[in-house]
Design a protein around this ligand. Structure first.
Ligand code: FRU
Length: 483
């Protein structure tokens, strides 16, 4: 019976998927122009992202409910892009089955056929969720990621705690490493063939923020090429450092969901954190960057990342039907040392986003990239506003060494009392002049320190696009978007 229901559900979701792909986009004022959005219905975490060097396409899968614009039975939706800015939607690739619905996970290219599904098969490792628990399953694609076949031996790793999910697979020496969220800690497992997994160790007790469940982890190795500071000579001798990304919900610094990270060492078995146990390091100082993962196989060994641009506190009531949610612009990660001697993760907009910039213009329109040059000796005030008086106010406070964004008067905040907010980022590095880049799209503002010392991602729902920008304490350059 359960089987029949799930087969019916799968058929219905195939039909709905085709309808969604062919639907024309009319009168959707909050449809982003250069951020990925699903054609219709619900999306949360980006999943299984990888870059295919033969086709030069970026593949993005995502948590998707094809039955409506709120969270429901999860599938993997699929989109590809040649430039990380324009996305083409494809049919759903993974449907719920008798083991459960399809939660978050990752993909790798199995170049040496370690799993036996064929050389260069794309293998997806993902969570299946059912009433009684969560388990890890695998599926493979031999057509470059457009269709997947589920492994008949699923699940490959059965859960022993209620929250047991979001496997991120990476290569560690001669084997595969799975980084998995389990309650409020992260577990590491190793495998030769992606099918048999051996427990290695756990990390998390007593470290970082624990205001909610831990989700969507990823372990990244930063060698010399990915350290932007210390200065060049020291860089050459610096030992690699490892960063463990962990999304947490709730328990973020401004309420709801956010992504924290830990810096440490990895000896092939255990992650040893070098941050103080009570330190809290945040990937982004806005409210709307969650479940961040990097693309497997990105060119030049880069860490190209994308996050879900929303927050579980209000994600399901955002005024954007018939679709809900968007992903952040792609960001590249590196590691630097701040003025206090702390290792921190830097996020800068990926180089691909340069292609967005059109003409320099005087007037702000519905989407733009804005460069700010702010004098480091005096406070700066940046205001985006529309003719209705709705506004977003940003402040560079040189005394407190912070950048902040106030969206309390940004437009529609009525759908959730948790939405109106004021977010604050530490600057981390004192400078004579601060270069800040703003990515403005129909319902989002992403602010970046030019060198990535901090970033801030916030959604906004103005009733008309912001068409004025004023800057006190600095200079502004506005670029039109090349659509
Ligand atoms: C994070 C998350 C994941 C889970 C998925 C379910 O946003 O809760 O932990 O796999 O969403 O949709």
């Amino acid at each position: 019976m359960k089987h029949q229901q799930l087969t019916l559900m799968a058929l219905l979701s195939i039909v709905l998927g085709f309808v969604a792909c062919s639907r024309s986009r009319v009168a959707e004022p909050y449809r982003s122009v250069y951020h990925h959005t699903p054609a219709a219905n619900w999306m949360n975490d980006p999943n299984g992202m990888f870059y295919d060097e033969t086709t030069q396409l970026w593949h993005l899968y995502y948590q998707h409910n094809p039955f409506g614009a709120t969270w429901g039975p999860m599938h993997w939706g699929h989109a590809t892009s040649a430039d990380l800015l324009h996305w083409q939607e494809h049919p759903i690739v993974l449907y719920p089955d008798s083991i459960g619905t399809i939660f978050s996970g990752s993909c790798i290219i199995d170049r040496e056929n370690t799993a036996g599904f064929g050389e260069n098969a794309i293998v997806a490792v993902y969570t299946q969720s059912e009433v009684c628990g969560q388990h890890q399953s695998i599926a493979y694609s031999t057509d470059g990621g457009y269709t997947f076949t589920k492994y008949e031996g699923n699940p490959v790793l059965k859960g022993d705690v209620p929250d047991f999910r979001d496997p991120k697979i990476s290569r560690d020496g001669d084997h595969w490493l799975m980084t998995l969220a389990c309650g409020q800690e992260i577990r590491f497992y190793a495998s030769e063939n992606l099918k048999d997994w051996t427990y290695l160790s756990s990390f998390g007790e007593g470290y970082g923020a624990h205001g909610g469940v831990w989700e969507c982890p990823e372990l990244l190795c930063f060698d010399n090429t990915k350290m932007s500071k210390p200065e060049a000579s020291e860089q050459e001798t610096a030992e690699p450092k490892w960063v463990l990304l962990v999304s947490i919900n709730p328990g973020g610094p401004f309420g709801g969901s956010a992504t924290q990270y830990f810096v440490g060492d990895w000896d092939g078995k255990t992650f040893t954190c070098i941050d103080a146990p009570d330190a809290q390091k945040w990937l982004d100082y806005g409210r709307d960057n969650y479940s961040t993962f990097t693309f497997h196989n990105a060119p030049d060994n880069r860490f190209v990342a994308m996050g879900w641009m929303s927050n579980w506190q209000y994600a399901q009531v955002l005024p954007t039907e018939p679709f809900r949610s968007q992903n952040t612009v792609a960001r590249d990660f590196s590691l630097f040392v701040d003025d206090e001697g702390q290792y921190r993760l830097a996020s800068v907009p990926s180089v691909e986003t340069q292609a967005l910039r059109g003409q320099v213009t005087e007037k702000l329109s519905d989407a733009a990239v804005v460069e700010l040059e702010l004098d480091g000796k005096q406070d700066a005030l940046i205001t985006l506003a529309n003719d209705k008086g709705e506004k977003v106010v940003m402040t560079l406070d040189v005394h407190r060494q912070t950048f902040s964004m106030d969206r309390t008067a940004s437009g529609d905040c009525s759908f959730s009392h948790d939405f109106a907010s004021h977010t604050v980022a530490p600057l981390f590095i004192k400078r004579d002049c601060y270069h800040v880049t703003l990515f403005i799209d129909h319902c989002s503002i992403e602010a970046f320190d030019k060198e990535g010392a901090w970033s801030m991602t916030n959604l906004v729902f103005p009733s008309q696009p912001y068409n004025h920008i004023s800057v006190e304490g600095g200079k502004v350059t506005i670029y039109d978007i090349k659509k």
